[in-house]
Design a protein around this ligand. Structure first.
Ligand code: ATR
Length: 286
């Protein structure tokens, strides 16, 4: 029931119609007993600054930000969390005095999902595939959580190099090395943690995998895919067949939303039962 005290949150997106966030966030509010309504705000790119200022004037408590605004929104914020600044993308705005502070909960969402599956990062050799937005968030988490070494493989090796240089600069060590997609053949380590962070293999292109050679999967102890439709991508199927532990991107999606909700509602911790409910909601609506 919306009252005079209801807090408003929403998502800035263009288009906004397909976003799962309104369903998820309103479910978290209901399950946590918080008087909060979350709505889609379809925002044209040229109106983004106006939208952020308008939301602040309207006392909007918090916003999620998604395609195509995750980078451009940074110019309209009062403050940016150092992690989000290092990643170069913001997906959550939290109201403060005088403006919004930007965070990247995609990165923390991936970490929470990996912790839940007991997938450790510290001391590991990691192989990331992709150098786009999702890959930037994943690279930051792997470096911050103490990976020993990160190889980033990408179709465009120039883009991988840009990502590796940025991460090496932020962490002030040569932790990340850029390679082309077939560069895995040069990687000497075994029992690696792989993170697939491209859109290759996503529905409806479910027969695709950015790498499909058996030799690659033999190097893996664990494989994470940021894709959640299908639940098991070809990449994860090949990894399973080679004996690796696998995780898809569904919990990353769920936890990025939960971490945003918890940032807007300090002191609130979404229960395990609610996390399970969110998973069912997403699976039902596919
Ligand atoms: P997102 O923000 O979802 O990560 P993005 O920034 O467009 O999306 O990045 C897409 C990633 O998927 C990139 O790493 C891209 O490789 P390039 O940098 O070489 O473009 C990768 N990608 C997309 N289609 C691909 C394909 N058919 N084969 C290999 N890599 C692909």
């Amino acid at each position: 029931m919306i009252s005079g005290k209801t807090q408003v949150c929403g998502i800035l997106a263009y288009p906004a119609e397909h976003s799962m966030s309104p369903r998820m966030q309103n479910y978290y509010a209901k399950m946590s007993g918080i008087d909060l309504a979350y709505v889609p705000f379809k925002t044209e790119p040229e109106r983004l600054g106006e939208a952020v200022r308008g939301a602040y004037s309207l006392n909007v408590l918090g916003l999620n930000v998604t395609v195509p605004h995750k980078q451009s929104v940074m110019a309209h914020l009062k403050e940016i969390d150092p992690g989000a600044a290092a990643i170069g993308a913001v997906n959550t705005l939290v109201r403060m005095d005088d403006g919004y502070k930007g965070y990247n909960t995609d990165a923390e969402g991936l970490l929470r999902a990996m912790k839940k599956e007991k997938i450790g990062i510290a001391g590991r050799t990691c192989i990331m595939i992709g150098a786009g937005g999702a890959a930037r968030a994943a690279a930051y988490i792997l470096a911050r959580e103490g990976a020993e070494k990160i190889y980033v493989l990408n179709r465009s090796v120039e883009k991988a190099r840009g990502l590796a240089e940025g991460i090496n600069r932020v962490f002030q060590k040569e932790i990340m090395t850029a390679l082309p997609l077939d560069g895995w053949k040069q990687i000497p380590e075994q029992r690696c943690l792989a993170v697939q962070a491209t859109s290759v293999g996503m529905y409806p292109d479910t027969d695709a995998s950015p790498i499909a050679e058996a030799g690659f999967f033999d190097k893996l102890e664990t494989a994470v895919d940021v894709i959640y439709t299908p639940a098991k991508t070809r990449f994860l199927k090949l990894a399973s067949a080679a004996g690796a532990k696998t995780m898809n991107g569904l919990d990353m999606l769920i936890f990025q939303g939960i971490i945003a909700f918890e940032l807007w509602n300090p002191g609130v911790r979404v229960s395990e039962e609610t996390v399970e409910g969110a998973r069912r909601l997403i699976l039902e609506s596919q």
